[in-house]
Design a protein around this ligand. Sequence first.
Ligand code: 25A
Ligand code: L14
Length: 340
Amino acid sequence: MGYRVAVVGATGEVGRTFLRVLEERDFPVDELVLFASERSEGKRLTFRGREYGVRALNKEPSFKGIDIALFSAGGRISKEYAPRFAKDGAVVVDNSSAWRMDPQVPLVVPEVNPEDVRNFKNKGIIANPNCSTIQMVVALKPIYDRAGIKRVVVSTYQSVSGAGAKAIRELEEQTKAWCSGSEIPPARYIAHQIAFNPVPHIDVFLENNYTKEEMKMVNETRKIMHDENIKVSATAVRVPVFYSHSEAVHIETHEPISPEEAREVLKEAPGVVVIDDPSRAEYPLAINAQGRDEVFVGRIRKDLAFEKGIAMWVVADNIRKGAATNTVQIAEILIKEGLI
Ligand code: 25A
Ligand code: L14
């Protein structure tokens, strides 16, 4: 028995990866319906060797007959259409920031709080957290369970794919221009030139002078970990990398924990791969995480600024574990638990 699955934002970076991940994980798809904007109407995408036409979301009168809808078309689309899919009977798993902090909507990372999926019935919507938050909480959870966490200070090194297919082309075009000695085209989708230039500005600035991306890491971490007392301070930086986000994570714990213990609990943790042999220059790298579904952790050492603390380097593919894979894993829990 399979399900009738819709993908909204199917032509985007995340949308296309949904199709790949559904295929790889042998997700029980009986029927597949692809939606994007009018611009992409009629475009064809391949799933399990068969071509599917893309439909214009805004021309669809009803969404009846869909069991599961996977959304990644930006916040504005999710705000408007997720409730309409839910009303017509689908469970929506949404990638945008639109519903994440709604108290009626569960925010789920399967390695951390799978049980929260059960609360989807309030609105028929489950939210997928922000990519930088997902990889961080997967690595924080085993430390939290062993030693408790008081505060986290994190700096991110985020790839351009997070801002979608258009930002990937922007880095490509700027890099090509630089290499051929021509003038670098002006920034369009990233606030400043991204080629050869880290930019500390992701999403919009808020009143407290942090960006919205940084505040997602603060607020979503608390919601996912069910602990309003965890203090998080973040600096989110766009770097000239195509895929995978890297993070320097500094943690103050409640109880003492040695780097050896931290390494042990991380090795046992679901979805985590420890790569940590500095003597051989081995630690997680964006180029190695690309295309993988795990969260890679290394550079595990004592934090020198906290009496009780651990510092580490955390890397994951933002389009897979940070978006498409995590979303499909959530849908798999719904099925496994018999909730749909
Ligand atoms: O609004 P936000 O929340 O700030 O989101 C910002 C961007 O972040 C990405 C996503 O980009 C989004 O646009 N994103 C969202 N969640 C993410 C997450 N969790 C995330 N990234 C990482 N992690 P994207 O480009 O990857 O995907 C955008 C998808 O949304 C579809 N879409 C947009 N408006 C829509 C809509 N679908 C329905 N109704 C609407 N009104 C979008 O479809 C895409 O699937 P599309 O039809 O716009 O097609 C995109 C294809 O067309 C090309 N293209 C895009 N713009 C242009 C273009 N070609 C020519 N000219 C253009 N101006 C692209 O190459 C693509 O193939
Ligand atoms: O909130 O531009 O999940 O890298 C993730 C990617 C917001 C934008 C989210 C980016 C999006 C972010």
